[in-house]
Design a binder for this molecule. Sequence first.
Ligand code: HEM
Ligand code: SF4
Length: 553
Amino acid sequence: MYVYDEYDQQLLNERVAQFKGQMERYLAGKIAEDEFLPLRLQNGIYVQRYAPMLRVAVPYGQMNSAQMRALARVAREYDKGYAHFSTRQNVQFNWPKLEQCPQILADLAEVQMHAVQTSGNCIRNTTTDEYAGVIAEETVDPRPYCEIIRQWSTFHPEFAFLPRKFKIAVNAVPGADRAAIQVHDIGVNIIRNAEGQIGYRILVGGGLGRTPIVGEEIRSFLPEEDLLTYLDAVIRVYNQFGRRDNKYKARIKILVKALGVERMAELVEAEWERIKNGDSKLTAAELERVKKHFTDPAYKALSDEPAELTSARAENAAFARWLQRNVRAHKQAGYAIVTLTLKQKGTPPGDVTAEQMDQIAMLADKYSFGEIRSTHQQNLVLADVEQSELFALWQEAKALGLATPTLGLLTDMICCPGGDFCALANAKSIPVAEAIQLRFDDLDYLHDLGEIDLNISGCMNACGHHHVGNIGVLGVDKKGEEFYQISLGGNAGENTSLGKILGPSFARDQMPDIIAKILDFYVAKRSEGETFLETYRRIGHDPFKEAIYGPAH
Ligand code: HEM
Ligand code: SF4
């Protein structure tokens, strides 16, 4: 994991001190509300429906146990005893007091965490695969590239005031999209060319929100050393030509749509020609310097499938089910990757209590070299667990409520905070998630349904990624009342697709029944071994629509 050098730490300490002063002057009435707004946004603080929200960056989702404990302390001492993991791998506190935020940031700086560029119109935290560095399928570990982007983008003077927020995601698994790169402003796919050299396929103009768009390729192969010069060129073109008159039209996706992807590519390439041999060209030494932070931990020489694992699996059906769902293969023999699900019944997806966070830190120290990752599906991962210890880990995780064996299934849903916390919501989303979790709590049924993404957003900003859910739920306002619109067929993995609206929206209390109808129809129509998405894609939208609303007149 990347460890700060003295420059990183000094920058952070200076920012903490600066913000403390700004907050003091604001509270003393010396800085006006509108002057303070950009200052607090630069430090990750939104002001929400009931309280401020502080979003802390988790670079590409990776944390160590000390950082997790610090987050737990913040939750306990300054918040209501819990935190929330977001779909971009960050962590959010929903109830801090505004005047305490400088102290929270000072506490976090001690463990190399911050909230810089987690809000406002700047380059946000780069996201990537939560299994980076530990799965055999990847072309190369994407984390050093994310770290290079982090260092380049943090406090980048030219891009501190973009037309809108800007998000980059990196994938390194061939034939897959493990970081939703197709719905990001820039998607970087790390690939090898025919000669075996590392480089990148670059996508631009993806995004969800009011105008959901799947990103398009502007370069099929960019050499490894040109990553930053090319990102500079893309963002410079966007900074120059992106609209600033209307915040809904200020995203790069709207620019790409207006210009057409060919023209966008021409502008970027022309800019890149000018700067490609400039200062931000990556040298072999620089790549090496960063890559050194991401070497493998001290793995033991072990074999797969030790006897302890085989016997525990045979003797305990619940353990076997957890293994099958929440544990996946590791590149290193004798190790496994474990997902701790933050999807207990009765808890908003992604929420975790301070006590659980302390315990997770303990589990990470005991079983996984002290490291933890956060995921796009709002779960946590212990990436390096010895297979012989899986049973012991399972028992501990289960006691903490973190071993629900539902990863990738219906109740492993993504859900934004919606009307319970968010001032922009049209409807609550957490109670919908809860009602669905309560209704579908039969594990056999869930396993029989198989992989299915259910994503819920409380408004069209799409924080809950409803557009790319196989089943998407969107909160809408109908004459002051909360209703829910359903879309089907969205997908965030390989072959990303945007869901299609099913028909008129439903009241909240109808939702579990409607979801049940959709699922029943799928079960009736599926062929052997077909997932929900495959069935939907095979038979099409209209039969589902008819099943819910009756035949069209
Ligand atoms: C509670 C306070 C929150 C507020 C006020 C808020 C606000 C917004 C707004 C205004 C957008 C729209 C941006 C656009 O036009 O593209 C947005 C997008 C987004 N938010 Fe939130 N959000 C909040 C919480 C969350 C949470 C808890 C999550 C994670 C679960 C989240 C994840 C996202 C993501 C991933 C997007 C991007 C959609 C895209 O790709 O364009 N947000 N948020
Ligand atoms: S989707 Fe809407 S309701 Fe949900 S968190 Fe985002 S802005 Fe708020």
